[in-house]
Design a protein. Structure first.
Length: 153
């Protein structure tokens, strides 16, 4: 289990640009007005992949309730080829996850969000403020849904 991220709740989540699976640029600020679950992961990370079904289900449940929630899975821990291969083979299982890649290793996760281990999720409210973070994955709990619901208030 990783230690607590240095970037704490109550601060504005730093903006960044990543490339989506089709190679188009996506900015965090594109999602202002929605609660964003920012999930740092990599295709080689076993707990990251294990957490995806649960995160996808939570976000899908809230989206079905017409709540403004989006899940951005950001990989800045590996080269583009392994990311592309994994996303091509697996993204169809995760309809509520937007997979993004940043070419410069650690430039968003470690440099901007001070992440020391993955998976790490940040729940960012509609105004861009970090409301909570979840480090690691020990199986499905109510933590993610509770954090999102609080950020929606």
């Amino acid at each position: 289990m990783a230690s607590q991220p240095v970037l704490a709740s109550g601060v504005v989540g730093p903006g960044f640009i990543a490339m989506d699976a089709e190679g188009s640029p996506v900015k965090l600020s594109d999602y202002r007005g929605k609660v964003v679950v920012l999930d740092f992961w990599a295709s080689w990370c076993v707990p990251c992949k294990a957490s995806m079904p649960h995160a996808n289900a939570v976000v899908k449940k809230l989206q079905r309730l017409k709540l403004p929630v989006v899940l951005l899975a950001v990989d800045d821990g590996e080269e583009r080829m392994p990311f592309d291969a994994w996303v091509r083979a697996n993204s169809h299982k995760y309809s509520s996850i937007h997979f993004l890649h940043v070419a410069k290793k650690g430039s968003v996760s470690t440099s901007m969000y001070m992440v020391s281990g993955i998976p790490t999720q940040f729940v960012i409210d509609a105004s861009g403020v970090i409301r909570d973070s979840i480090i690691g994955y020990d199986g499905p709990t109510k933590a993610l849904e509770n954090a999102i619901r609080l950020a929606l208030k």
